[in-house]
Design a protein around this ligand. Sequence first.
Ligand code: CLF
Ligand code: SF4
Length: 529
Amino acid sequence: MSNTAFVTIGDLRKGRPAVSRAIEPAAASGCASSGGEGKASCGSSAGPDGMPAEIWAKVKDHPCYSEEAHHHYARMHVAVAPACNIQCNYCNRKYDCSNESRPGVVSQKLTPEQAVKKVVAVASAIPQMTVLGIAGPGDALANPRKTFHTFRGLQQRAPDIKLCLSTNGLALPEMVDEICQYNIDHVTITINMVDPEVGAKIYPWIFWDHRRVTGVEAATILHRQQMRGLEMLTARGVLTKINSVLIPGINDEHLIEVNREVKKRGAFLHNIMPLISEAEHGTAFGLTGQRGPTAQELKAVQDACMGGANLMRHCRQCRADAVGLLGEDRSDEFTLDRIEQMDVVYDLDKRRAYQARVESERQAQRAAKQLAIEAAAHDAAGAAADTMKLLVAVATEGQGRVNQHFGHATEFQIYEVSAREAVFVGHRRVDLYCQGGYGEDEQLPSIVSAINDCHAVLVAKIGACPRDELQAAGIEPVDAYAHEFIEHAALSWFADYRARVARGELHHQRRGDARIRQGAYTGGAEAAA
Ligand code: CLF
Ligand code: SF4
């Protein structure tokens, strides 16, 4: 491993005390599953416990930097950055592809002018769209002219939108000044290793100093640039998120060390994502049979990193042209042809008014969650020894509520529930069960398989056939909490479950190992979003 130490932690802290303060209390609290917010989900509107107001202002409506915000706010990507300066063994960029939902895939490449036009159109139609990210399909900083030209245009046309970019980090140190010049407050760096020997198994080559460099030498240069770029951003007060692709047998345990190293250098969040390695995607790993992790393997590495840098667990491994809430993709509604037909009026007041309504819904969700947690703590007071923890799957369309029909779900959110709390721990993508008015029973086995480690699935509604199939698989279909806030629903179901077990009506059983659906749940090739 390289021993690059460009600035000391003391230097970093002098440079940006607010960020350091934000990281430390949350990490120390062990509250690492809430997307870097510490107790944000149940904190006050002025910011969660221990988080300075200026940091909270940056993350509170960023759907990737705040788990709570992702229920309410949307992001979009514009595909202005096609080129890349390195090769990752998990990447194969595809264009003109509308049926694959994974990073690196886009339907249309855009010029900066087209991108600005598209963002303004989307922001007019989706007032809760608060963040614009440049996440490929190549590397944002390997295309600096297009990337910064787009940001410049947006600063003028849509000044309330937060700017975000993602990069593999190779060109990062040389671009930090420009990043700061455009007030880009959020930068994601994909860091899969801090040991070049490990890196050599992930990166066959990089393009550096006008030549192609391979092997350990390439990984050493990349590592040095990544660490230096991260330290420079930390010193300048830019919030950083580290994306890491979990590649079983190559960097699984090593990611714990990555977590430690990026925390030391001031990373705000660490997002550990599963490898996608379908052979049909044509990636090097896909073609050589390198498998991705199971849901349990992913969760085990994430859990092992708790107490280090704060973890993001709600990433959806978006396409490079994704539009909408995380987990939904409305990019088809905003093709260039369609935008030409739209009557676009960028009304800042209207956007602010809408977002104020979103905030009041969010406050209601937070208050309901707090009440549910307090009630659960009260109920559990006599059961101190109760260590039962179960997973439940939730069908939701957003707003933090159980508000989706089972048949309409293309993903389930997964909550770990105990007598005292319900904590978001991830999501599982599934095939749509309802196909234009009728249920597609052939999809059921794969849906059951994706949530096979859950004891219940909370839905707004469910038909008789999937209900029977889920029950037969030992997963309880629950529609009794339709349209309630998720945490309240999950805790209420858990209390009822425990009561039934206590009365002898039910025998508590451990659940099986859920299968991650490659190419669906696992997202994509690019880790740099
Ligand atoms: Fe996009 Fe990435 Fe910015 Fe978010 S996505 S550039 S930080 S605005 Fe978010 Fe998508 Fe995961 Fe990326 S869910 S892939 S983490
Ligand atoms: Fe480049 Fe990103 Fe693909 Fe890696 S995953 S080769 S950094 S575009």
